[in-house]
Write a protein that binds this ligand. Structure first.
Ligand SMILES: Nc1ncnc2c1ncn2[C@@H]1O[C@H](COP(=O)(O)OP(=O)(O)OP(=O)(O)O)[C@@H](O)[C@H]1O
Ligand code: SF4
Ligand SMILES: [Mg+2]
Length: 474
């Protein structure tokens, strides 16, 4: 599917037909994840004794099938990026298993992972910090060839230029530097780098969230086209439900380190079964007999997301769920296929048989867990925000960006360069954390660097509903 979009200045010439081939039959399981965990230790004291752990990913199971796009959504901090880094083996899992094409890669060493890096690539969130400002586009996109010691037919330069063309950039720009490109074009460069070695699986962590809304659609459409042409398999992580809806075949919803619902896109959007998914969708009425007399309006979750250091007992969502009963507090619901193709972890799912029908008394927290806001009020708020935001924020943001661009210190660029170098070394990718971390990567004195991040923030699409409620709560 294609979303209409404005141009990001990239070449619009039709991309050359794919010459790449894939090694997996469509629909075959490419990646299988079982009980995957990542606990980041918390250390204290002189002896750095471990006093706890951030349970960023806490036992998740899913499969990715060749040729599909699996979308991953959830509130900030629920473990999406950690999951992405675990499956690309940029992070060492604490527990569980990752199998790629039937091969256990859970604890492969860097050397052992080297051949696999060709097949599994990552696109990073921020096109400003993930490209080395000191390197030309040619050097950046050809890095994977150098690192893997691959000499394509016709030479690296020719192949890189072909890739630039595939992603809609002018191959003549081979010798230009990142600061000479806009945000959308930079993300295309990142995509070209990720696709250079003809990977089978591409994990994209918030690939468009740093981009202007109109450019987001351009990049999403590009990813979509490339998937058709090159037979790629994607795992796309995003905050924005509309982006995920456009690109995904199936969607996994994460909450506090767990997958709470995994279903095909249409089922998830038309009949979500997990109360949290439903809150994320938010525009749906609540057909809940326990709340029969409550007017069905939009659901806004109240309360903060609990800490992943000490997640709630039983179902992790019970502190914010309007359907929570005693069993939810004591017993963790397993992720079960309650409808064909729809897996849900809930004792009292929506649109399906109750898994604990004997447990009918709502927890007291459940009675205040959500706020039902009339559609009219939300519409008014949205309209008010829309009319205020660009007018007030954009000039301010642009001015700020212009200032920043003027005073960018060499040291800052060097720092960014280091981070980007790390990202380029798609191999030794203990790096992406470093690559993604620094915000300030604009190269000095260019209009491209002036425009993008701040304006993007001002225009960024709305957070999922639950996230929105957090701010309402304050
Ligand atoms: N290297 C790390 N050390 C310690 N804690 C970490 C580390 N990386 C992530 N975390 C923690 O793990 C949890 C999950 O983080 P993660 O980045 O995976 O979330 P996310 O869903 O990608 O959030 P966002 O949508 O904001 O990007 C967070 O509580 C985060 O603070
Ligand atoms: S198990 Fe209970 S608390 Fe958890 S989502 Fe389902 S109803 Fe809500
Ligand atoms: Mg993230």
């Amino acid at each position: 599917m294609t979303i209409p979009a404005q141009s990001d200045g990239a070449e619009t010439a039709k991309t050359p037909a794919a010459t790449l081939t894939k090694g997996a039959a469509k629909g075959e399981t490419l990646l299988k994840v079982t009980g995957l965990q990542k606990h980041f230790p918390i250390r204290k004291g002189l002896l750095s004794r471990q006093v706890g752990a951030v349970r960023a990913v806490d036992g998740i199971d899913f499969e990715v099938r060749a040729g599909e796009t699996l979308g991953v959504v959830g509130e900030s901090g629920c473990g999406k990026s950690t999951m992405g880094r675990l499956i690309t083996r940029l992070l060492e899992p604490t527990g569980g298993k990752v199998e790629f094409q039937g091969r256990d890669i859970t604890h492969l060493s860097t050397g052992g992972m080297r051949p696999m890096r060709r097949d599994v690539q990552m696109i990073f969130q921020d096109p400003y910090s993930s490209l080395n400002p000191r390197h030309t586009i040619g050097t950046i996109v050809s890095a994977p060839f150098r690192l893997q010691g691959v000499e394509p037919e016709g030479g690296v330069k020719k192949e890189v230029q072909r890739m630039l063309e595939v992603v809609g950039l002018n191959p003549e720009h081979y010798n230009r530097y990142p600061h000479e490109f806009s945000g959308g074009q930079r993300q295309r460069i990142g995509i070209a780098r990720a696709l250079a070695l003809n990977p089978k699986l591409v994990v994209a962590d918030e690939p468009v969230s740093a981009l202007d809304v109109s450019i987001q659609a351009q990049v999403v459409n590009l990813l979509d086209d490339l998937q058709q042409e090159l037979g790629l398999t994607y795992v796309i992580i995003a905050h924005d439900l509309s982006v995920v809806r456009h690109v995904s075949d199936r969607i996994a919803v994460m909450y506090l380190g767990k997958i709470v619902e995994l279903a095909d896109r249409d089922s998830l959007y038309t009949a979500p079964m997990h109360p949290y998914t439903k809150a994320l969708m938010s525009a749906v009425p609540i057909p809940d007999p326990k709340r029969r007399n409550v007017k069905s309006e939009r659901i806004l979750l109240t309360g903060d997301v609990p800490s992943p250091i000490a997640p709630p007992s039983g179902c992790r969502f019970h502190t914010r769920c309007w359907k929570a009963t005693e069993i939810c507090k004591t017993t963790e619901p397993p992720l079960l296929e309650l409808k064909p193709g729809q897996q849900v972890a809930c004792h009292h799912p929506e649109n399906a048989e109750d898994q604990a029908p004997q447990d009918v008394v709502l927890l007291s927290a459940a009675k205040v867990a959500i706020e039902l806001v009339p559609d009219a009020v939300l519409a008014e708020e949205a309209a008010a925000k829309k009319s205020e935001a660009p007018a007030e924020k954009a000039p301010e943001a642009a001015a700020e960006a212009a200032e920043t661009a003027e005073v960018v210190e060499t040291a800052e660029v060097a720092e960014a360069a280091e981070a980007a170098e790390a990202a380029e070394a798609a191999e030794a990718v203990e790096a992406p954390e470093a690559a993604e971390a620094p915000e300030a990567v604009d190269a000095p004195g260019t209009s491209a660097s002036v425009e993008a991040p701040e304006v993007t923030e001002a225009e960024a699409p709305a957070e999922p509903e639950a996230g929105r409620q957090e701010s309402t709560d304050k």
